[in-house]
Design a protein around this ligand. Sequence first.
Ligand code: MLT
Length: 334
Amino acid sequence: TIAQCLSRAATIAAASILLAAGAQAKDFKIAVGDGAGGTQEALGLAFIEALEENTGGAHSGKLFLNGQLGSEQDTVNDAAIGTLDFSILAINNITPFSPSVGTMTLPYVILSLEDAVTLTQGPIGEELKENTIRDAGVRIIGWAYSGFRVLTNSARPVETVEDLEGLVIRVPRNEIMIATYKAWGVNPTPMAWSETFAGLQQKVVDGQDNPYITVYAMKFDEVQDYVTNLRYIFSIEPLIVSEAVFQDMSEEDQQAVLAAGEAATKASEEFLRAQEETIKQELVSRGMEITDPANDEQEFIDLATEAVWPQFYDSIGGVEKLNAALTALGRDPV
Ligand code: MLT
């Protein structure tokens, strides 16, 4: 409409005045752990579009997919020291730097997309954002939601905890995930995300877990045959900005970045709802065989919650942090 054109023109004019006043146009570097076609890329593209719009085209960004700028955990370090502007990565790769976000990766705490939205966008998410600035030197400004981390492997269908025996499973360097597999009787192999495809291809490891959308974006169907519909972790993937870079921005730019992060978060939710089922069917048509865990996953659930939760009360800031999350999700505290 004419009104929209006028308002866009006004935004551009305002941005030119800002630039004339000395602000620098920026083309921010955004590291992305996954390949094209996943929720991380969708979040990144939505963020760039909103940032360009919010700054009248003064600022933009470029995505570096597939871990081109380093492993996901390395990008947290780089952003913390300000040599990288932004990164999009899985939350489990932030936990080592900011242990309290472990609340969101404890097994079987988040049981749906709605749960993930409640925790990330409510008061608990706000507290974790503050902690992450303090502990890791990075600010979470948006969230991608990618679905449950299903287990894939190249050896055989896995239906029970017993079926896992003897499989070599790659996990991120994340203590909660390592402890979970141990509770299931497996000693998993920690490996950086950027090395995982090669590890599966060369059969250094037999399997790994990640959401359907990520399995697809990483082309894991080329090196994995079987999927088990585990629901132990619902994958949440934050967009982080270096706190040093953020503090160097003008207040207007900070607001533009935060608003773009919010818009991108909404887009990610829609992307997951629209894409997950289609992508799952695509993986089946490429030959992946899908199995549901026996007895509604009860054995996996009991072993993981009983053995793993208490081990991490201290690192997440006390059992009351878990209870706050469970209560926010309408469940009974422990
Ligand atoms: C991991 O398994 O290291 C991450 O979940 C990968 C990702 O960011 O998709």
